[in-house]
Design a protein around this ligand. Structure first.
Ligand SMILES: Nc1nc2c(c(=O)[nH]1)N[C@@H](CNc1ccc(C(=O)N[C@@H](CCC(=O)N[C@@H](CCC(=O)N[C@@H](CCC(=O)O)C(=O)O)C(=O)O)C(=O)O)cc1)CN2
Ligand code: MET
Ligand SMILES: [Zn+2]
Length: 770
């Protein structure tokens, strides 16, 4: 960079975060975006809400005392989709939508005749991104309008804005090749010039620092000619050689970037961001970053526990002399935690003291940064409060309940090993008479505004328990009648009583706390309120038996019991960090085991235990995977291993590429596995076959994430594809996932078509063509 900019540019900063949430403290963005989709507000009104959220975010960070503020972390739907727009990489099928905002939403959600992008998990979090599609004809071109506007509005307020973009390596590594294109990473040399052009633009706009996110550098994604350390060195050597550019911070998170840090150290980038919660300072010390600003993420950006400030300060001190300059940060964007503890009046007082949401984390970052500069006595009160809170956490009796610990320690492998699958199949076939290609759904039916209002009314005391129960029973009765009308074979109760498939259970288990307003974005406009698993987990009472037996009393067809599995309960909660996840999983597994046994005793013949997050918790480094899969599979099997041969155990998986965990899916030893496949065209069945999976399987034939209703022809085609991979006597017919986000009209039409497709496929199986 030229000398005249170098001395006018602030060369360093001391306190920041890699990014922040954008859904709004009271989910303003969710409501505005959904109103825009429904045609209730126009683009101007939507943009007004968005601008308000961005302004509020900047003010919060300035108020916290930060001297560098991330911008462009706002998004109407997803930051990967924003990057597809930035790089001109939207799929050609959305080009026909003229308006840029509508084109953007078409890529995200699909329209009546445009299929949306595939959605999958963002690393090991419960956030989902839209997978960019790179075809042979993808011609990248820079479209910097969004980032330019967000920079301009920040600089106009005098905010020290640090625009954030996803880096080229991460973008391509997370993309998918379509239309016979080569591996996306092979296009890296096409992207580097676009990022160089962007750097020039931002420099001219008056930006001093840019943050380029490369979380993929903490994974094992690269291979062969795409070794991640080599790529990082090559790409960032090229970008740091650009004349007249802002200073570059390459930001990693979610793990230890290990040898990739040294590779970055050999380039001329000015800053490197590291996650010191998932990674360690040792790696930074040996990386040769003595002329760089190291942005040290010592405050956990994705869990909710208050930071041990003494320990964090020690980690920072250990970097002294090994880095050029030091800034304090969270380990990753606070996208993954709620906004603030303020207003959480119902939280147990002790627990309240153990926690830090985003706003409280900003204060921790600021306190550490000041302690680093001015000494610890300057921040004595903050440090004292941190120590006091941690002390009460360690001594709380709810963290060690001996009965549950003894029960878990006494389990034997026989407790989680069922009879051979073939023997179970015979017993189950004898117990129920299902047609070939049985049809079913995954559990939830539309969670209508009326259902949610009823729950809100119960919370506010406007209606009592009895009125609420009656109201939900009416829903169940309607869902049962709907399924009978449409002609499904295995029915569900529809889950109207569940605010969320994890929170619902957490609210009934001991060892958990729920928040009042702790919303976190899951994808697009959809949010979750992850419960806080703080202590030993036990199940004081049955949680689902009454609802399921009520549903069964209304029909002669079998009704599936519906539970959430232990891995998913952990993945979608904020989990205690004072013991191995495997131990916590075992406790949750015992609670679910008691519930499966309770359902069986109540006469429920089929029980589904959902594990959609099995893939999500898979460690990012291959070396850690076997140990994880071992405890995850064991936890599922503890949950389901206490029932008789004739009781059919289903499981359900979604939201992921399952290639890496196929062996574990087989090892779950479920009788029937329903699995997302509609957006990825049955690729999963070939994977299952190559892993020797021999149980029954229901690959989804209806993409429930899109408002599009699939036709009978489309679903029949999917079933033919499935039948080419799996024999008819092992195949089920079902949607990709639960129907809670869809409307009643869509569901009735789609399920009518699904049953018709199943009937056609049955005819073809009975009398094969040719
Ligand atoms: N935890 C979790 N993670 C998951 C999934 C999941 O189901 N759960 N599914 C996958 C995809 N993620 C999803 C995440 C959320 C939703 C979803 O539908 N969320 C709802 C909120 C669900 C909820 O907690 N509902 C509560 C609270 C509802 C609410 O907002 N009530 C209003 C009042 C009612 C109204 O007027 O609408 C309020 O409190 O202000 C309830 O039903 O009780 C939403 O964003 O709209 C769907 C999929 C992967 N990860
Ligand atoms: C995210 S997986 C969802 C499974 C759940 N049983 C449902 O149907 O909603
Ligand atoms: Zn699902």
């Amino acid at each position: 960079m030229s000398d005249d900019t170098a001395h006018t540019t602030p060369t360093t900063f001391r306190a920041t975060v890699p990014g922040v949430a954008r859904i709004g403290v009271n989910r303003e963005l969710k409501r505005a975006v959904e109103a825009y989709w429904a045609g209730r507000i126009d683009a101007t009104a939507l943009e007004r809400v968005a601008a308000g959220i961005r302004r509020d975010n900047r003010q919060r960070l300035i108020a916290a005392g930060f001297d560098s503020i991330p911008v462009n972390t706002f998004s109407f739907y997803d930051q990967m989709l924003d990057t597809s727009v930035l790089l001109g990489a939207l799929p050609p099928r959305v080009a026909s939508v003229a308006d840029p905002l509508d084109r953007y939403f078409a890529a995200a959600r699909g329209t009546a005749d445009i299929a949306p992008l595939e959605m999958t998990k963002w690393f090991d979090t419960n956030y989902h991104y839209l997978v960019p599609e790179i075809g042979p004809d993808t011609a990248f071109a820079l479209d910097p309008a969004k980032i330019r506007d967000e920079v301009a509005e920040s600089l106009a307020e005098g905010v020290p804005a640090r625009p954030v973009v996803i880096g080229p390596i991460t973008f391509l590594a997370l993309s998918k090749a379509v239309g016979g294109a080569a591996e996306p990473l092979s296009r890296i040399d096409d992207l580097v010039p676009l990022y160089a052009e962007l750097l020039g633009e931002l420099h001219r706009a008056g930006v001093h620092w840019v943050q380029i996110d490369e979380p993929v550098l903490v994974t094992d994604e690269g291979s062969g000619s795409h070794d991640l350390a080599d790529l990082a060195e090559r790409v960032y050597a090229a970008l740091s050689a650009v004349a007249d550019r802002p200073r570059i911070l390459v930001q990693t998170y979610f793990g230890d970037a290990a040898d990739r840090l040294a590779a970055l150290g050999r380039t001329d980038v000015e800053g490197v961001g590291v996650d010191l919660v998932a990674g360690t300072s040792d790696g930074v010390v040996s990386a040769g970053l003595t002329d760089k600003l190291v942005v040290a993420g010592v405050v956990d950006g994705r869990n909710v526990w208050r930071t041990d400030l003494d320990e964090a300060l020690a980690a920072l001190d250990s970097l002294h002399g090994h880095v050029g300059a030091l800034a304090v940060s969270t380990s990753c964007s606070t996208l993954h935690v709620p906004y603030t503890l303020r207003g959480e009046y119902d939280l147990d007082a002790a627990l309240h003291g153990w926690l830090a949401f985003a706003e409280e984390k900003f204060a921790e970052v600021a306190a550490l940064s000041r302690a680093l500069t001015h000494g610890i006595t300057d921040q004595a009160e903050q440090f004292r409060a941190s120590r006091a809170a941690l002390a009460t956490r360690e001594s709380d009796p709810r963290l060690r309940v001996s009965a549950i610990r003894e029960r878990l320690a006494g389990l034997e492998p026989t407790d989680w090993t069922r009879t051979a699958a073939g023997v179970r199949r015979e017993a189950q076939d004898a117990a129920a008479s299902l047609p070939v290609l049985p049809t079913t759904t995954i559990g939830s039916y539309p969670q209508t505004v009326e259902i949610r209002r009823a729950r809100l009314a119960l919370r506010n005391g406007a209606i009592d328990d009895t009125a609420y129960r009656t109201r939900m029973q009416r829903e169940i009765a309607e869902v049962i009648a709907l399924q009978e009308r449409v002609g499904l074979d295995v029915l569900v109760h529809g889950e109207p009583e569940r605010n969320d498939m994890v929170q619902y259970f957490a609210e009934q288990l001991d060892g958990f706390f729920a928040t009042a307003n702790g919303w976190v974005q899951s994808y697009g406009s959809r949010c979750v309120r992850p419960p806080i698993l703080f202590g030993d987990v036990t199940r004081p009472n049955p949680m689902t038996v009454g609802w399921i037996t009520y549903a069964q009393s209304l029909t002669d067809r079998p009704v599936k019991g519906m539970l959430t599995g232990p891995v998913t309960i952990l993945a979608w909660s904020f989990v205690r960090d004072d013991q191995p996840l495997a131990d916590t999983a075992g406790q949750v597994a015992l609670a679910i085991r008691d519930e499966t046994i309770g359902l069986e005793r109540a006469g429920v013949p089929i029980i589904q235990v959902d594990e959609p997050a099995l893939r999500e918790l898979l460690p990012l480094r291959a070396a850690d995977r076997e140990a994880y899969l071992d405890w995850a599979v064991t936890a599922f099997r503890i949950s389901t291993g206490g029932v008789a041969d004739a009781t059919q155990i289903h499981t359900h998986l979604c939201y992921s590429e399952f290639g890496d965990v196929i062996g574990a899916i087989a090892a779950l030893d479920a009788d029937v596995t329903s699995i997302e496949a509609a957006r990825s065209h049955m690729e999963v069945l070939d994977d299952l076959n190559s892993a020797g999976f021999a149980a029954q399987v229901g690959p989804g034939v209806y993409d429930i994430h899109s408002p599009r209703v699939p036709t009978v022809d489309e679903m029949t085609a999917s079933l033919r594809e499935a039948l080419a991979a799996v024999p008819a006597d092992r195949l089920w017919v079902n949607p990709d996932c639960g129907l809670k986000t869809r409307s009643n009209d869509e569901v009735v039409q789609a399920l009518t078509n699904l049953v018709a497709a199943a009937h056609r496929a049955r005819d073809e199986v009975a009398a094969p063509i040719g």
